[in-house]
Write a protein that binds this ligand. Structure first.
Ligand code: GLA
Length: 381
């Protein structure tokens, strides 16, 4: 099969008119056609997400509060003419050819292949496919580019093969693909957000029961997301270590998971670092539950500021660039509150700001933040 070299795509959020978007879609279908010598059978998409509160709580059976972002991952899928899967990433300009019997590939292909394998594990027979992926969700910014790819892939396979999967099952399968094929012992936050959230609401989710509610944003507020320019990698980070520490803390406190503790004083019986890890998780769960009572933009902002301090001091997943960016955000007029978002160790910060002021605030903040050391960028705002 001839594999043409592709041009780099723009990773900015789409602000195109409907007719321009149709043009882009036609062009992408043509790209699929050029690459695979056939038209795609189906197209499916999923958004990235930003988590507003409830960080590192999901693998403790706790509470989270994400929203979808405008950036999306789209897959075009068709049947492969031979006995191999063929995947192509337009942004990375990378190919992967995988035999269904091979062990897992690396890079972007492992997420797609992981989705195929977890479907097979629950009894579906997946024929060899051609899959073309294009995405505007930034990679390595803590905005769930991998979950968006998993959910888009699973939606694509659901349509192509008429699989009986609801959106919660898709999220659970995406999480399994990530755990088994990307070696990250993640919780369910990202895949549930990419599968069930929209850009108009906050998705409150109880990660133990999967009970959920779509909530309005605080009155008079909007969100801004700024990339710190410091890329992070979950697998390279101490993510799995944090998870193990929380499990040990729960064991020592005699509970199934840290979600079962609501009084932060309980953590004081542990020794460090378990004491600090447990204190973060207990306080962070309480912050998300506070939002359910209905809070003003100012009160929500204070919860975000407290969340950042806790992630920095107790959970120890911040880095100096994130602290500086959050500090600038918190001291900019019109900002109600700001924090790092996602797993930490780099990536993006999220802020709640005065409605209508997001773009101007992001520009002011980047003027302060960007210098010889930092190259931040506005992702939402
Ligand atoms: C990553 C994981 C999620 C969650 C966050 C931290 O995004 O994939 O499951 O644990 O980190 O809140």
């Amino acid at each position: 099969m001839p594999y043409p070299k592709r041009r780099q795509r723009n990773c900015k959020p789409s602000r195109l008119s409907l007719s321009d978007r149709l043009d882009v879609m036609n062009r992408l279908e043509m790209d699929f056609q050029q690459i695979f010598n056939a038209a795609p059978d189906i197209e499916a998409s999923a958004p990235g997400r930003v988590n507003l509160l409830g960080e590192h709580t999901d693998y403790n059976d706790g509470f989270v509060l994400p929203t979808a972002i405008p950036q999306q991952t789209t897959v075009y899928v068709g049947h492969s003419p031979n006995d191999r899967h063929h995947f192509y990433s337009a942004e990375l300009e990378e190919w992967a050819d995988v035999s269904p019997s091979e062990s897992s590939p690396q890079g972007f292909a492992r997420y797609i292949y992981g989705c195929i394998r977890v479907l097979e594990q629950i009894g579906y027979s997946i024929p060899p496919i051609n899959l073309f992926v294009t995405s505007s969700v930034p990679i390595g910014s803590g905005l769930s580019s991998s979950a968006a790819l998993e959910v888009a892939t699973l939606r694509g396979l659901r349509s192509l093969l008429n699989l009986n999967l609801d959106d919660v099952k898709i999220a659970q399968l995406g999480q399994q693909a990530e755990i088994q094929y990307a070696s990250v012992s993640c919780g369910i936050l990202d895949q549930m957000a990419c599968s069930l959230a929209d850009t108009e609401h906050m998705l409150f989710l109880d990660t133990r029961t999967l009970d959920r509610q779509l909530l309005p944003f605080p009155t008079g507020a909007e969100i801004v997301v700024i990339d710190s320019g410091v890329a992070r990698s979950l697998a390279d980070s101490s993510y799995n270590q944090r998870r193990a520490e929380c499990e040990e803390a729960a064991r020592q406190l005699g509970v199934k998971a840290l979600r079962d503790v609501s009084d932060p004083q309980m953590a004081e019986s542990l020794s460090d670092p378990l004491r600090k890890r447990a204190r973060h998780v207990i306080n962070e769960n309480n912050r998300v539950l506070k939002v359910l009572e209905g809070v003003s933009a100012e009160a929500f902002g204070e919860l975000m500021n407290a969340s950042h301090a806790s992630l920095r001091d107790d959970y120890e997943v911040s880095v100096p660039a994130l602290d500086q960016l959050v500090d600038i955000l918190q001291n900019t007029p019109g900002v109600f509150g700001a924090r790092l978002t996602g797993a930490g160790f780099g990536g993006a910060c999220v802020a709640l700001v005065k409605g209508g002021a997001g773009k101007a605030i992001a520009e002011t903040v980047l003027n302060h933040y960007n210098n010889a050391e930092h190259r931040g960028d506005t992702l939402v705002g």
